[in-house]
Write a protein that binds this ligand. Structure first.
Ligand code: SF4
Length: 980
C-alpha cells in the first residue's frame, strides 16, 4: 500500500489509485471539470494539475497514479496559475454576461465557482459559438449550448453510465460542439430522458425544466432539500427533493460516491415524475358519499339501495370499453406520437384524458376528518359485530411506507381478527413467493443489484423488460454486459436487453416450463450440474431428473419455437458461469402456470448451484417501490410481519402481547387473497383500500367493477379520486411519498429512510397519521406520534429487523435485512451455507409443461401480452399526472408487428378495436418489431383503453395470481375513427 503526502498530510492509498482518488478519499479537494466519478478518465481539461515533488511538469491528478513516497502540493503557485489559464481559455467560449447574470450572490454552477475561486476576470467572448435550445419546448430537459465548455461529461455519462449514447461531439477545434444524435432529434437517438446529462453538466448547458413557476436559467433556489426514495419501481433510488414554498421544484440524486442503490443515477420517472404531488386533482378534503347521514352516534344510509347506491353520472369502465370511441384525442389519431407537436402532447391530458373528470366528485360531499373517520370506524365496527372478521378485508399498499403497512394490518388483525389482508404483490410476484417458499422457504431476493453488475459472469433474465420497468438496474445490466458478462434473455418480446443479449430465447408466450426444463435436461445430460452443491444442499434432484428427461432441446423447440441449439448453448453458458445471476419478473409470474415457471427456474438455479455466493444472485425483480416491504410487514394473508405464520400460537401470543389484545382475538386462519376477496361468492362485506386501484389493475375489469359496486361498505385512502375510489362510501385523502417520513424496502431487501419534504395539500394527511387516528377510533390503542416509534415496535416483533433503527438509516444507503442485531451490518447476499429450511437444504420440485390458459383461435387469432412502459407506472395515477412523463407517452398504444400491420391494413396512429373473449377496447397502433408476429403488447396504464377489460380472470392455483400475460384477441381497424 503506497503512502504519499498530499499538502503535507500523510495518506495511505490503494496502489491503483490516482492522486485525485487518493486526495478525494482523504477529503482533500482538487478542482475537476472533465473528470467525474465513474466516468472514463480523459484528462483533457487540465484543471486538476498538481505539483509533484521531483517533476518538472505539473501533472494531471486524475490521470497520475500514486507512488510510495510521492509528495504532492495541490495549490502551488504554478498549479494555480495553470488553472487560471485553463479557465481563461474556457471563458473564451463562455458568455461573460452569464457570469454576472442577475447579480447572483452565488456562482451559478460548478464552473463559475472555479472562476470566482481563482479570481479569473472574463474578457469579452472571442468565439462566436452556437447558443439556443436544442430541445425547444421539452417539458423535462433543455439545452443552452452557449454555456458548454466541452468537458464531455454528458457524452461519457450517457455512454458509460446509462449505456445509451445519445450525445456526441461533432466537428473539431473551435467548432467542436455537443450534438444530440445525428440530427438533433433526441427521439431518434433513443434518448430516455433519464437526466444523467443534466446531473453531470458543470455549467448548466444541459438543464432540467423546473415545472414550478418558470423554466430555465433563472433557477429557483430551494428553501431546503430532503432525502427521499423514488415512489416508482423496486430499484428504490434515493433522491433529493428540493423544496421552495412547500413545493417540490427539483429532484437531484445523491453523489456517485454515496452508497445508494442507484449510485447517483435515476431514470426519467425518478428525476421528473414528481409534479403529481402538486396536481390539481389531489384530494384535499375527506369525501363522504351523499346518502350517509349521522344520527346521534350512528351512521345511516339514506340513499338508494342496491348497486344504484354507487351510481354516478359516469360511465363504467365496461361501458367505456364497449363503445367504439377513440382512445386518443382527435389530434393524435392517424399520427405517430413523436410527430405530434410537443404542446399538443403536454396539454392533451388537461383537455382530454387521464385526470379526474369533474363529475366523478358529484356523488360525494366534502367532510371533516372527524366525520369521515367516524363513518369508517362505525361501519367497520358494525360489519364486524354483525358478521365477524371474515366479512372484513384490506388491500394494503405497495406504495405506502413499511410503517403504514404495519399499522394497517395491525388494526385489522388486532381489532377485527381477520387475516384477509393482501396487496398487489398478488398480481406481480405471488407465484415467485409460492415457488420460492416451496423450494427454499424464502420470499425475497437472495442477492444484490450491485453483485449482478460487478461480479456476475453470466446474467440470465427471464420475462423482465428491465430497461423500461427498472431502468436504473437496466443500465447496470448493460454496464455488466459492456464489462463482459454473458447475457441470456428469455422473453417473447425483443426489448432492448433482448436485442443486446448474446442469446435471446424468443419463445412462444407461456411455454417457459418446457424451455427451462430443457435447459435442466441438457445440463444433467451433459454432466454440467454442480454435483457437490446438489449432494450437500438439496433434496429430490432425482424427481426432477426424471421429469425433465422428456424435455429434450428438440422437444422444447417444438413447443417453444426456440431453436434447440440455442437452448443447448444457453444451458451450457448458464451452468458454466462460474457465477450466474438469475433475474425474473412478471413475464414469468403472471401465468396460469406461473408457480411452475418459477419452480423450473429454481430447479435450474439449484442444479447448477447458482445461489449463495457473490455474483450468483437469485433476483425476482420487484415491481413497486415498496412491494417487498408491504409483504415484509405482513401485508399478505397467511403471515404476520417478517413472515411469521398466523397459525403459530407462539407467534400469535407475541403479537397479541405487543398489540395489547387477547390472543384469542387474533385469527389463526389464513385469510383471503386479493383475487379471492373481490369475487362473486366472497364473504367480504367491509373493505378498506389504501393506495391501490384494483379496478384498473385487476383482470376482467368489468366483473371486478361490478363486484366493487356491490360491496356493503368501501373505504378508500388515496391521493386521487381513482377509478376505484369513485365507488367508495368514504374517501380519505392521504399523503404522497414526499409528504411523510418512513421507510421503504427495495428489490434487494434494502430498507431505506425517506424524509418528509413538504406538507400534504389542504386537509390531506400522511397515511400513518390517518391510520393512527382510525385505529384509536376503532378501539385499538395505537400510541404513535412519529413513524420512528412505529419502527421501534416493528423491530421488537420482526427478528430480521431487530437492528433497524432510524439513526442507522439516516444519511446512509440503508440496511439489507436480515439485520438481526443493533451492531449487525446487514446482509448483501443470502444462503452462503444453508437455506432457511428445517434441515438447511433446498428442495427440487418436478414440474410438467401445460399449455397456456387461453389459446388463440380463428376468432381470436392474436396473443395479447400486457405490461409497463418506461414513462408510466401501473395504473397511471401518478405518472399520467406528471406533465413531462405524460407528454412522452400521452396515449394508449398497442404494439403490432409490421407484417401483421400490413395484413390488417393499419399504420402508426390508426385506431383499432381489440376484442377478447370478455370485452373490447379501442386503441392506437404502434408498429414495432419488438413483438413477434401474431403477438401484440398493450400497456395497462390507460383507463381509456384499459388492457384489463380484456384479460382473463382465471387464477393460478397455488398463489391465486391472475393469468394476465396471455389473452387471445382479434384486431379490427376502426377506419372511420382515424379520420374523425
Ligand atoms: Fe425510480 Fe425505479 Fe427509476 Fe430508480 S429506476 S428512479 S426507483 S422508477
Amino acid at each position: 500500500m503506497p503512502t504519499l503526502k498530499i499538502n503535507g498530510t500523510s495518506i495511505a492509498a490503494e496502489s491503483n489509485q490516482t492522486i485525485l482518488e487518493a486526495a478525494r478519499s482523504s477529503g482533500i479537494e482538487i478542482p475537476t471539470l472533465c473528470w467525474y466519478p465513474k466516468l472514463a478518465v480523459v484528462g483533457n481539461c487540465r484543471i486538476c494539475v498538481v505539483d509533484v515533488k521531483g517533476s518538472d511538469k505539473l501533472l494531471p491528478a486524475c490521470a497520475t497514479k500514486v507512488a510510495d513516497g510521492m509528495e504532492v502540493t495541490t495549490e502551488s503557485d504554478r498549479a494555480i496559475d495553470a488553472r487560471r489559464g485553463v479557465l481563461e481559455f474556457l471563458l473564451e467560449r463562455y458568455p461573460g454576461e452569464h457570469l454576472s447574470n442577475g447579480g447572483r450572490e452565488k456562482p451559478a454552477n460548478e464552473f463559475e465557482e472555479y472562476v470566482v475561486r481563482y479570481g479569473v476576470i472574463p474578457k469579452p467572448r472571442t468565439l462566436d459559438l452556437r447558443g439556443g435550445d436544442e430541445r425547444p419546448g421539452d417539458p423535462m430537459i433543455r439545452h443552452d449550448m452557449s454555456l458548454c465548455i466541452l468537458c464531455t461529461r454528458c457524452v461519457r455519462a450517457c455512454e458509460d453510465i446509462q449505456v445509451v449514447g445519445v450525445l456526441d461531439v461533432a466537428y473539431r477545434g473551435e467548432h467542436a460542439q455537443i450534438v444530440v444524435g445525428n440530427d438533433g432529434d433526441a427521439d431518434r437517438a433513443a434518448c430516455t430522458w433519464c437526466g444523467e446529462c443534466v446531473r453531470v453538466c458543470p455549467t448548466g448547458a444541459i438543464f432540467e425544466v423546473m415545472p414550478w413557476k418558470t423554466y430555465g436559467k433563472a433557477r429557483v433556489e430551494a428553501d431546503h432539500v430532503a432525502r427521499s426514495v423514488c415512489p416508482y419501481c423496486g430499484v428504490g433510488c434515493q433522491i433529493d427533493l428540493h423544496v421552495k414554498d412547500n413545493t417540490v421544484v427539483r429532484v437531484t440524486s445523491p453523489s456517485f460516491e454515496e452508497d445508494t442503490p442507484n449510485y447517483g443515477s435515476t431514470c426519467v420517472k425518478g428525476r421528473f415524475g414528481y409534479d403529481f404531488t402538486q396536481h390539481r386533482d389531489r384530494l384535499t378534503k375527506p369525501l363522504i358519499r351523499k346518502g350517509w347521514e349521522r344520527e346521534g352516534t350512528r351512521w345511516v344510509w339514506k340513499g338508494p339501495g342496491g348497486t344504484a347506491r354507487r351510481d354516478g353520472p359516469w360511465r363504467t369502465m365496461a361501458d367505456e370499453g364497449a363503445q367504439d370511441k377513440p382512445s386518443a384525442p382527435p389530434r393524435a389519431q392517424g399520427k405517430r406520437i413523436r410527430d405530434l407537436p410537443l404542446l399538443d402532447r403536454i396539454t392533451m391530458d388537461v383537455r382530454d384524458r387521464a385526470t379526474t373528470p369533474a363529475d366523478w366528485y358529484q356523488p360525494f360531499r366534502e367532510a371533516t376528518w372527524d366525520e369521515a373517520l367516524d363513518l369508517a370506524a362505525h361501519e367497520l365496527g358494525r360489519i364486524h359485530a354483525a358478521h365477524g372478521g371474515d366479512a372484513m378485508a384490506v388491500f394494503q399498499s405497495a406504495k405506502c411506507t413499511n410503517e403504514e403497512n404495519y399499522l394497517l394490518q395491525r388494526l385489522f388483525r388486532a381489532r377485527f381478527g381477520t387475516n384477509n389482508i393482501d396487496h398487489c404483490t398478488r398480481l406481480c410476484h405471488s407465484t415467485s413467493v409460492s415457488a420460492m417458499q416451496a423450494a427454499l422457504n424464502t420470499a425475497a431476493a437472495s442477492g444484490s443489484m450491485r453483485e449482478v453488475e460487478t461480479a456476475a459472469d453470466v446474467i440470465f433474465i427471464a420475462g423482465a423488460n428491465t430497461t423500461e420497468t427498472h431502468p436504473v438496474f437496466g443500465a447496470a445490466l448493460k454496464r455488466a454486459h459492456e464489462r463482459g458478462a454473458f447475457l441470456i434473455v428469455a422473453d417473447p418480446r425483443q426489448h432492448e436487453l433482448a436485442r443486446r443479449a448474446d442469446i435471446h430465447l424468443q419463445m412462444q408466450p407461456g411455454t417457459d416450463v418446457a424451455l427451462y426444463g430443457a435447459m435442466v435436461q441438457h445440463i444433467l445430460a451433459e454432466g454440467l450440474e454442480d454435483k457437490a452443491f446438489i449432494a450437500a444442499r438439496t433434496h429430490n434432484v432425482d424427481a426432477v431428473r426424471q421429469a425433465v428427461q422428456a424435455y429434450t432441446p428438440e422437444k422444447a423447440q417444438a413447443i417453444t419455437g426456440v431453436p434447440a441449439h440455442l437452448i443447448r448453448a444457453a444451458a451450457e453458458h448458464y451452468a458454466r458461469g462460474p457465477n450466474t445471476s438469475t433475474l425474473w419478473a412478471m413475464g414469468l409470474t403472471q401465468h396460469l402456470t406461473g408457480h411452475d415457471m418459477v419452480t423450473s427456474i429454481l430447479n435450474l438455479i439449484l442444479a447448477t448451484g447458482m445461489i449463495g455466493r457473490w455474483g450468483a444472485a437469485m433476483m425476482p425483480v420487484r415491481g413497486q417501490n415498496n412491494v417487498q416491504g408491504s409483504s415484509d410487514m405482513g401485508g399478505i394473508p397467511f403471515v404476520y410481519p417478517d413472515y411469521q405464520p398466523v397459525q403459530d400460537l407462539e407467534v400469535r401470543a407475541k403479537f397479541a402481547t405487543t398489540w395489547g389484545v387477547d390472543p384469542e382475538r387474533l385469527s389463526t386462519i389464513p385469510g383471503l387473497k386479493v383475487t379471492e376477496m373481490a369475487r362473486e361468492g366472497s364473504p367480504t362485506r367491509g373493505l378498506f383500500i389504501m393506495g391501490e386501484n384494483p379496478i384498473i389493475s385487476d383482470p376482467d375489469i368489468a366483473h371486478a367493477e361490478a363486484w366493487f359496486r356491490g360491496v356493503e361498505f368501501l373505504a378508500v385512502q388515496d391521493l386521487f379520486l381513482t377509478e376505484t375510489a369513485r365507488y367508495a362510501d368514504v374517501v380519505l385523502p392521504g399523503g404522497s411519498f414526499a409528504e411523510k417520513d418512513g421507510t421503504f424496502v427495495n428489490t434487494e431487501r434494502r430498507i431505506q429512510l425517506a424524509h418528509k419534504a413538504i406538507d400534504p395539500p389542504g386537509d390531506a394527511r400522511a397515511d400513518w397519521e390517518i391510520l393512527v387516528d382510525l385505529s384509536e377510533r376503532c378501539g385499538l390503542p395505537t400510541p404513535f406520534t412519529h413513524p420512528g416509534q412505529i419502527m421501534e415496535e416493528i423491530r421488537r416483533v420482526a427478528p430480521s429487523w431487530a437492528g433497524v433503527r432510524y439513526e442507522r438509516l439516516d444519511g446512509t444507503g440503508g440496511l439489507q435485512y436480515p439485520v438481526p442485531a443493533d451492531d449487525h451490518p446487514g446482509t448483501d447476499f443470502l444462503f452462503p451455507d444453508e437455506f432457511p429450511t428445517a434441515d438447511g437444504k433446498a428442495t427440487f420440485h418436478p414440474v410438467e409443461y401445460a399449455p397456456p390458459s387461453e389459446l388463440p383461435s380463428d376468432e381470436y387469432p392474436y396473443v395479447m401480452n400486457t405490461g409497463r412502459q418506461l414513462y408510466h407506472w401501473h395504473t397511471g395515477t401518478m405518472t399520467r399526472r406528471s406533465q413531462g412523463l405524460d407528454a412522452r407517452e400521452p396515449i394508449a398504444t398497442v404494439e403490432i408487428h409490421p407484417d401483421d400491420a400490413i395484413e390488417l391494413g393499419v399504420t402508426d396512429g390508426d385506431q383499432v378495436k381489440l376484442t377478447s373473449r370478455r370485452n373490447a377496447i379501442t386503441i392506437s397502433v404502434r408498429i414495432s418489431d419488438r413483438v413477434a408476429r401474431k403477438q401484440v403488447f398493450v400497456p395497462f396504464h390507460f383507463r381509456e383503453a384499459a388492457a384489463n377489460l380484456l384479460t382473463s380472470p382465471v387464477l393460478e392455483p397455488h398463489a391465486k395470481m391472475p393469468a394476465l400475460k396471455i389473452c387471445a384477441v382479434r384486431i379490427e381497424p376502426v377506419a372511420v375513427l382515424a379520420t374523425t
